[in-house]
Ligand binder design. Sequence first.
Ligand SMILES: [Zn+2]
Ligand SMILES: [Zn+2]
Length: 222
Amino acid sequence: MAKQRILVCPVCGETQEETSICRLCENALDADGLLCAEGSIGPWWVRDKKHPFAPGMTYDHLVALVNTGEVERHTILRGPTTRQLWKVARRVPGIAHLVGRCHNCGEHIENKARQCPACQAPFLTYKDRNNFGVDISLPPEGSIDGMSSFLSDTVILDTLSTPLTLPKAPASNPDREDSVGSPQFNALQRRVQQGSRTIRILAVCLTICVIALIFAIVMLLK
Ligand SMILES: [Zn+2]
Ligand SMILES: [Zn+2]
């Protein structure tokens, strides 16, 4: 009997016996199917307990879900305009107007509107697949100077949680990357560097003493 091979679905991570269609996410696992799945990966997520391990989707994919009714006013989303923090769809810039609400003031909106008639908030689209929205950068189609992808500073302050920041680069000595020597060699090198620093400090002390001595002699001779 042939041994059954086990595979991990590249799209949802489900472990299963080798198959051409994933039993969980139902993606075709041949080259075309995977290419297609990869093409729809983007920075938007719909909170979905049935598919908690699904990758993020593109803005266009999310808009398609709005159009089919799978995403509606009360669906929980996150994406570049929410700084990847969960928010109800009717409050999410870029999506709220598509479900009939102004993200900013809650006004009822026709989903073709490009701007809120009540508060003038612009309704932009966010098609940049690689913009995760966690830095402060201009939205791809933003036309107003000085605007972040959050449209207004009040939206930035909307959350009480600590703003997300980029992880700090580990404080490393700049030479480390280039250093090719063994740890022992590096330790020796460090010790030599420390030694030369000590000599420099002693030289400065000596200079100060000599100056003080000369000064004292001059004072005595007066
Ligand atoms: Zn899958
Ligand atoms: Zn409004």
